[in-house]
Write a protein that binds this ligand. Structure first.
Ligand SMILES: Cc1cc2nc3c(=O)[nH]c(=O)nc-3n(C[C@H](O)[C@H](O)[C@H](O)COP(=O)(O)O)c2cc1C
Length: 180
């Protein structure tokens, strides 16, 4: 069965991103078409990119890069769950993307953004970066408002958000599951 990694882009203490990503995982797991798992950049804890050669050369020097390469190689597609920081994406996701190249190539990718403006600017900026890595971003994305879907720093979902997330998951699956 094909595998999808749900990448948590924020690594702050008391981040809301992990609860949103866990919710996406819960919804995705109700479908049995693909195998989903969380990829938590906080746990993976990559240093700021320190490889001497460009990722496309695949001449990795450090164990952390080799391990990250294996994690991403094992996935056929991704969902990036991203916060918006200062109208851009969190640094940890750019760093994690920059470490690799061929491992990302030609794999479909869905975005779930969140923030006070639904994370749309972070998603738009990431679209530019992932296109260069030859990821295949889906046209649709989901932006979650922290004004309507969070209280006291805690995420809560609504029927509308779940409908959008389920639609995104379906879209991703239609890019990964070959119909007979
Ligand atoms: C450094 C920083 C910059 C932020 N900039 C924005 C922003 O530009 N737009 C926005 O909607 N929210 C912004 N916020 C608020 C975040 O949307 C909110 O803190 C959210 O919880 C961040 O996701 P996280 O908890 O997973 O890190 C910012 C938060 C931080 C920490």
């Amino acid at each position: 069965m094909k595998k999808v990694g749900i990448i948590i882009a924020s690594v702050r203490e008391q981040r809301i991103g992990d609860s949103i990503a866990k919710h996406v995982l819960k919804l995705a797991q109700t479908s049995k078409a693909l195998e989903y798992s969380l990829i938590d950049l906080k746990e993976i804890n990559l240093p700021m990119l320190n490889e001497p050669y460009p990722a496309a050369a695949k001449n990795y020097q450090y164990p952390h890069t080799k391990a990250w390469s294996e994690t991403i190689s094992a996935c056929d597609g991704f969902i990036i769950v991203t916060a918006e920081y200062n109208h851009g994406y969190p640094p940890a996701i750019k760093n994690a993307l920059d470490y690799l190249y061929t491992e990302w190539n030609n794999k479909p990718l869905a975005f779930v953004g969140y923030g006070y403006s639904n994370g749309v600017r972070a998603i738009e900026q990431l679209r530019q970066v992932v296109s260069y890595l030859q990821l295949k971003p889906l046209w649709k994305d989901v932006g979650i408002s922290l004004i309507t879907n969070a209280k006291d720093g805690m995420f809560f979902t609504t029927e509308m958000v779940d409908n959008q997330l389920n639609g995104l998951i379906k879209d991703l699956e239609s890019n990964l599951v070959v119909k007979m």
